[in-house]
Design a protein around this ligand. Structure first.
Ligand code: SAM
Ligand code: SF4
Length: 470
């Protein structure tokens, strides 16, 4: 490690889990160069906004934050301190130079494929250059990104994100991802396993594998064989300490038999699946270039439920895509009723420049989108509440993640990603314990630990296998 005067780093993360993962990787890349994280933006020497371009609102937020940062920089200068401002992520990738033109206070702009070069980019910016780096380089950034120190991983918690795949080749007509994140790339199997082992060694118990299209994963193993997400999950489940695996976000067309069988056979693979459909109308799905029909989606769900009957489903919906009529929207409500989601993310269509949807006729008026969104949200809220109520009285294996808000309480998650609060000792943090669910609130469950288990007891893991099949 190189010796440097400590500097303070503040990263503000917008958007999806992949950005949360990337922000941690940026912090890891800068740690050997003397940058320590701070929670106070006003105290920072370097502020990075890790941005999201998926909807207009998300990218506009970045420019208002940059206005505030310009003022902060003036204040810092008045007291003799410098502040460097960087913009990373998908807005950086999509807008490039335009960001420096609109916000001249910005010193560096860099896309998601340049994070490993961050120390070098900062050095160039220190020399007074405005740095814009939005290339898709040939080298593998993951090979160049340093692993976090054990204590840093520990401080981040018992659950960790792990990006296994980036980019997307699907080109849904509303979506910027294929343009901002580029073509689909899967990380090699051994690289993923190495990162997972490091996380497990530091105490991580649950992995969430990430990818814009994660179930399209097709990494090469050491023998040059292509491995799909199902097999990757098997291999990850063999790592001592890794008790739970999740993955997000999936495309219905990439739910392979192998992956569905992994859900049947692997206790570590959690019975909660985020599988967006976007619309219930075949006409709109076609215009969205989703390449699947409503019936295709329902048959994927049927296959999954046959393999894992207790699977809880989550999804994404877009309302007000160009050309969507009241009748199309009714079909969306119907598909949501037919599936019965445990949770779902709902969005009003946002025009993204450069995507085919932006140029389509029959754009839907904003008040119509708002009204449809409110109706869909009301349905999803009811379904989420019903799902919470449906587990009351059951005994679920809960991974205890942290101390609760009240003394003597702990908090954790059920296999279905529900937050559970209960009385219990903080000695249980990191353990999976059987918990009787006694009440369901709006956003969390209240539980009662059935058997208080000694930390490190092997029976804890056995109880997980038992209880997930209740
Ligand atoms: N790859 C995932 C899939 O195919 O379902 C989705 C990834 S995208 C980052 C997350 C969600 O944002 C999408 O599922 C979609 O519902 C929503 N989204 C993407 N573009 C949008 C747009 N232009 N307007 C509104 N919502 C959008
Ligand atoms: Fe975007 Fe997902 Fe469609 Fe890819 S599959 S274009 S990430 S919505």
């Amino acid at each position: 490690m190189t010796e440097h005067t400590p500097k303070k780093l503040f990263i503000k993360t917008y958007g999806c889990q992949m950005n949360v993962y990337d922000s941690d990787r940026m912090a890891d890349a800068l740690a050997p160069h003397g940058y320590e994280p701070t929670h106070d933006m006003a105290d920072a020497d370097l502020v990075v906004l890790n941005t999201c371009h998926i909807r207009e609102k998300a990218s506009e937020k970045v420019f208002s934050e940059l206005g505030r940062l310009r003022d902060l920089r003036e204040e810092r200068r008045a007291s003799g301190h410098e502040l460097m401002i960087g913009v990373a992520g998908c807005v950086a990738q999509a807008e490039g130079d335009e960001i420096v033109r609109r916000a001249p206070a910005v010193d560096l702009v860099f896309g998601p494929q340049s994070y490993h070069r961050l120390p070098e980019l900062i050095a160039r910016a220190h020399n007074g250059a405005k740095v814009v780096d939005t290339d898709f380089p040939q080298e593998d950034k993951f090979e160049h990104l340093p692993a976090a120190k054990r204590e840093v991983t520990l401080a981040r918690g018992l659950t960790a994100f792990l990006t296994v795949q980036e980019g997307c080749d699907k080109f849904c007509s509303f979506c910027v991802v294929p343009y901002t994140r580029g073509t689909e790339v899967s990380r090699p199997v051994e690289q993923v396993l190495r990162e997972a082992r490091n996380l497990a060694d530091a105490g991580v118990r649950e992995l969430t594998l990430l990818g814009q299209n994660v179930n399209a994963y097709h990494g090469l193993d050491v023998r040059g064989r292509t491995v799909g997400l199902g097999e990757l999950c098997y291999r990850l489940s063999l790592i001592p300490g890794i008790a739970r695996i999740r993955y997000t976000t999936s495309h219905p067309l990439d739910m392979t038999d192998e992956l569905i069988e992994a859900h049947r056979d692997l206790d570590a693979l959690m019975p909660y699946l985020h599988l967006p459909i976007q619309s219930g109308s075949d006409r709109i799905l076609k215009a969205m270039n989703r390449r699947h029909s409503r019936a295709d989606y329902m048959s994927v769900i049927e296959r999954i439920m046959a393999a894992r009957p207790d699977m809880a489903l989550s999804g994404d919906f877009i309302v007000g895509f160009p050309g969507e009529t009241d009748a199309d929207f009714e079909e969306t409500l119907q598909v949501a009723r037919d599936v019965g989601y445990a949770s779902a993310y709902t969005f009003r269509y946002s025009i993204r420049p450069g995507t085919p949807g932006a140029g389509m006729p029959d754009q839907v008026a904003e008040p119509v989108k708002a009204e449809r969104l409110a109706r869909l949200n009301a349905l999803i809220t009811t379904q989420m509440r019903d799902f919470g109520i449906s587990v009351v009285g059951r005994i679920l294996p809960v991974l205890i993640e942290k101390a609760g808000r009240m003394p003597g309480q702990v908090g954790g998650r059920s296999p279905y990603l529900q937050a559970v609060h209960m009385e219990g000792s903080t000695r249980l943090i990191g353990q999976i314990v059987p918990v009787e669910i006694v009440a369901a609130g709006n956003n969390s469950l209240t539980g009662k630990i059935v058997t208080d288990v000694e930390p490190n007891s092997a029976s804890v893991i056995e109880s997980q296998a038992m209880a997930t099949h209740i």
